[in-house]
Ligand binder design. Sequence first.
Ligand SMILES: Cc1cc2nc3c(=O)[nH]c(=O)nc-3n(C[C@H](O)[C@H](O)[C@H](O)COP(=O)(O)O)c2cc1C
Length: 191
Amino acid sequence: MAKLFWKPGTLLYPVPVVLVSCGDIQGVKNIITIAWAGTVASDPVMVSISVRPERYSYKLIKDSGEFVINLPKRSMVRAVDFCGVVSGKDCDKFQATGLTAVAAKNVKAPLIDEAPLALECKVSSMNDLGSHHLFLAKVIGVQVEETLIDRNGRLNLAKADLISYVHGQYWTLKEAVGNFGFSVKKRMKKE
Ligand SMILES: Cc1cc2nc3c(=O)[nH]c(=O)nc-3n(C[C@H](O)[C@H](O)[C@H](O)COP(=O)(O)O)c2cc1C
């Protein structure tokens, strides 16, 4: 295959696109759209978000040491974009989007009620990476919409209609094409 050789670029796609809620539910609160987010460890569960210091949310997260990662569903895509192009300096994004701030269990930062999944996080360290500062955080609790739990008590995330971010576009997740470990599982014997 013929390939082009490009200079470094942010081309690790698809990635999650999340709504990070921050601040204090009783006081100043805000939502920022984040695409540079990821899971970095499983035990303890650790995540990272990268935030430019000039963002209004940056100080809220830095000062409180807390935030919530809310996973948006397809019907929230307009709010996802809006929270990524308008600053909380100029507008109350909860009011403007109609998203509902509800109390989290373990942090002062609000949760977004409409999001099917929310991860409550406490910052454990910060790292200046240049354009962005990386917040490493411990997930201290997860809130899941009840309707996503199937009859066997398992989380059915396919039902959540989550979206991802791919090179400037928001995408739905179309279909599953395999299960974890399926490549090494013995084939079922034909009856
Ligand atoms: C899809 C998308 C992804 C974004 N990802 C990030 C990100 O990872 N880090 C960041 O600092 N800003 C990111 N932004 C930009 C901020 O969300 C945007 O500047 C926002 O208005 C900042 O809000 P605030 O000033 O209220 O904190 C993203 C924007 C969009 C639309």
